[in-house]
Design a protein. Structure first.
Length: 364
């Protein structure tokens, strides 16, 4: 199953009574809080995009000229470094931030040389040959020094490019131990509680590292879902990796951002991601409201909680198929502004009427 199909299933089915209950955010009695520490005088607007080696120069020039004309600041762009497309993007007046999958790696070099780097579930299933949920879930352990060095080299390669303004991390976490409820039926699962098949990482490397600091083997833990030392060990393993990657990017005088799960307290629960502790220059929480069976209003509520805990700008990630009419997109962006968000990033195709709604929203 491809990533787009995976996301589409979640949108079509709607999400999560179980998780949605944890996602209701109460406002103070005095109303929505302002956010001076995270507010930006100049908002920014982004789109997740991919290098297109098949497109002609003219097609690319028209594409990026149009994106700039709609009011975008820049692109988070996936794929190999491409001087031709980068030159066209820069000429259009857009920032380039290279978009990198981090601990979810499908690199053939890793498969050929380090199958031991892959995360392992509590039941002994390795992401090398038995990935959870979908075939592209090939997660490597952030605990392993070799993984850290490998990813630092990858980040350095991206950051050193003169056209690149920043590096944008994605999949910088553990695999989902709990999926949106809409997908439970698809995979014939009941994830009311954590299931051992989806609880990672119990590789030899990670077990050894945890035992060195705790004196315990995680395989001996009776209730891993609630063992705070084991949970925080995994949160911290991702945080330590991000700190290393951020240092590399900052050494190149570039910006580091990340696509993350919203909000931090839920991200810790479902994918061991403690992202409000990371040394980022900005974050893009993927506030895909339909995944959580929420209305558009939830976008604003989620932005509010995100900015109350993070110390860096928040760009709300918006999933275009979740908006059934252009007015909903306009409403969502307005809520992001109202709650103190620094802007938005769009994921998915944007039709002409939606671009009109986007332009209207960012002009307010």
């Amino acid at each position: 199953m491809k990533r787009r199909d995976f996301l589409r299933l979640a949108v079509q089915a709607g999400c999560t009574a179980g998780l949605a209950g944890t996602l209701r955010f109460a406002e103070s009695a005095s109303g929505p809080a302002e956010r001076p520490k995270n507010a930006m005088s100049n908002r920014k607007y982004w789109i997740w995009n991919s290098i297109d080696k098949k497109a002609t120069d003219q097609a690319l020039k028209e594409k990026y000229k149009a994106l700039k004309g709609h009011g975008l600041t820049g692109v988070y762009i996936a794929g190999e470094l491409d001087d031709r497309e980068f030159e066209i993007i820069k000429a259009a007046g857009l920032e380039i931030h290279t978009w990198m999958w981090t601990t979810n790696r499908r690199d053939q070099w890793i498969r050929d040389n380090h199958p031991d780097w892959y995360m392992v579930s509590r039941t002994g299933k390795s992401c090398f040959d038995q990935p959870p949920y979908v075939d592209y879930y090939r997660w490597v352990s952030p605990v392993i020094p070799g993984v850290q060095s490998y990813l630092k080299d990858k980040v350095a390669e991206l950051a050193q490019h003169p056209a690149v303004s920043g590096v944008h991390l994605d999949y910088v976490r553990y695999p989902d131990v709990i999926l949106p409820k809409a997908l439970w039926k698809t995979y014939n699962l009941d994830q009311t509680e954590e299931l051992p098949d989806y609880d990672f990482c119990y590789s030899e490397h990670t077990r050894k590292a945890f035992k060195e600091v705790s004196g315990r083997d995680p395989m001996d833990i009776k209730d891993p879902a609630h063992d705070q030392e084991w949970l925080h060990f995994r949160y911290d393993s991702v945080t330590k990796l991000v700190k290393q990657l951020a240092q590399v990017v900052h050494d190149h005088k570039k910006i580091i951002t990340a696509a993350v799960s919203p909000p931090p307290r839920l991200a810790r629960k479902i994918c061991r991601q403690d992202w409000d502790k990371w040394p980022l220059d900005a974050a893009c929480p993927m506030i895909y409201h339909s995944f959580y069976d929420e209305s558009v209003e939830w976008v604003g509520e989620c932005v509010l909680e995100n900015i109350q805990t993070a110390t860096f700008p928040i760009y709300a990630g918006l999933y275009m198929p979740a908006f059934h009419k252009p007015e909903e997109l306009e409403q969502a962006i307005g809520l992001v502004h109202k709650r103190g968000g620094a802007g938005v990033s769009l994921f998915g195709d944007v039709g002409p009427e939606y671009w009109k709604a986007f332009e209207k929203a960012i002009a307010d």
